[in-house]
Design a protein around this ligand. Sequence first.
Ligand code: SAM
Length: 243
Amino acid sequence: MKSSAFILAALLILLMTIPELGVGDRDYAADREFMVKTQIDWRTVTDGRIGVKDQQILEVMRRIPRHEFVPDKRKSQAYFDSPLPIGYDQTISQPYIVAYMTELLKLQKTHKVLEVGTGSGYQAAVLAELVNHVYTIEIIKELGEDATKRLKRLGYKNATVKIADGYFGWKEHAPYDAIIVTAAPDHIPPPLVQQLKPGGVMCTPVGGRFQIQNLTLISKTADGVIKTKQVMPVRFVPLTGKH
Ligand code: SAM
């Protein structure tokens, strides 16, 4: 009798420590804190990467439940320093890259932002915490629909998802203060540059499927002059579509 109670207790403890089984609700706050400290915050990262300085972005990264944006079986890896598969051969980007690209956009609360490549909706949620409205485009219907439901469930009323080829942007809501592309085109999409406000910035990886991709920052000056700067080598899934 005693030993069966012991086995039962051991089994229960085991179940509660496996988050994929959905037993025992962890809140992951400590995992997020550790993620920000070791992977993102410029004051504490130690492996030579350029850390993020913007306190608001660090705060948002500490707050958003990234584990809600990954498949159940990946929840225990949600705060790892890596991209993760989300199905359909796509990934949720590495947390550091999400935070770093967000900082490059120099966002303000009043901004309207376009994202190309909704994926899980995580980057859209990060942006939605920081700006007035986020428009985000996903080419894979199932991912777009799941992200729409997820963002709604998590209370993001200021993020709107459209299923389409994001290469062409989203003209109806243009111009945008900032544009972020989270899949790699082999050239900077001209329609996106057109939909950027004068004074706005756009951040996109650029590079062919088998080439080194460069994270590229494009700025449009107040009088419409386009300037580009390569920031760092990156690896993203390709921007697909028939453009
Ligand atoms: N931002 C996403 C997140 O937070 O989970 C991760 C983006 S994932 C690296 C790239 C996404 O871009 C994929 O979901 C992919 O289907 C999408 N994508 C690829 N080509 C696209 C296109 N032409 N238009 C819109 N989305 C596209």
